[in-house]
Write a protein that binds this ligand. Sequence first.
Ligand SMILES: C[S@@+](CC[C@H](N)C(=O)[O-])C[C@H]1O[C@@H](n2cnc3c(N)ncnc32)[C@H](O)[C@@H]1O
Length: 232
Amino acid sequence: MRRCRNFDDVNLEDEYWHEGNPIRFTNPEIRRMLSLAKAGKDDVFCDFGSGFGQNLIMALTEFEVRKAIGLEFDDTRALRSRKRMEELGLDKRGNGKIIFGNFLDFDDAELRKVTILFYGLSGGDEIVTRLQKVWKDRKTRRRLIWNDWHPIPEAFPDEVDYPFFLTYFPQTKKRYSARDWLERVVLQPETMTPDKIRRSETDLWNEFVHNMDVLQFRDDVADYRKRLRKVS
Ligand SMILES: C[S@@+](CC[C@H](N)C(=O)[O-])C[C@H]1O[C@@H](n2cnc3c(N)ncnc32)[C@H](O)[C@@H]1O
């Protein structure tokens, strides 16, 4: 039986949290994220703001991606994730790489080699603008994965496994209405919305605001309103 190591004893209770969760998702949630992206042997997976590197660890051990790269600007976290990957044999030998630095400084030529990017931070509009320039070629179906904490109005969710959303690049839907975007983002899981009532844009918007409130991101709502108006 092959051993699959995708865990260690990190004890997150002892960690500082001012840079956000060092590991944001449980392994079952990460499986959901990587399955949605159809991650596999031909892929280069990248996490912008990789924390303790758990998404990279899962991508390498279970989904056997060709390479996994994390960008992390907090020195303690960069060091810690490097050490975790080393101990699991997932450093150079296992095609894992942690770059200590700001993802804004990640070279475009390197970003072009990435096929799946997880972006779980705010500022998704800037990421989309960058990917539209760098991920132009149509031969590779590159995927951006984002999640419910920081939805991205500038990216149409082509596929969804809530709380994860996937957008193909180059973007397949160049123009869409605010209503289409909200419907995709709000009415999830799609197969579990039993009534077939067509919601108005206002109702969808109000439900979106409710969800952001529950997630404690209510302060971001005004910005989402502006961004949604701009794209549609
Ligand atoms: C909420 S944690 C999530 C960690 C990881 N992506 C996960 O899903 O488990 C976000 C991380 O992004 C890092 N970060 C935020 N902005 C960054 C930037 N501009 N460049 C590199 N790292 C960044 C933070 O230091 C933090 O560790």
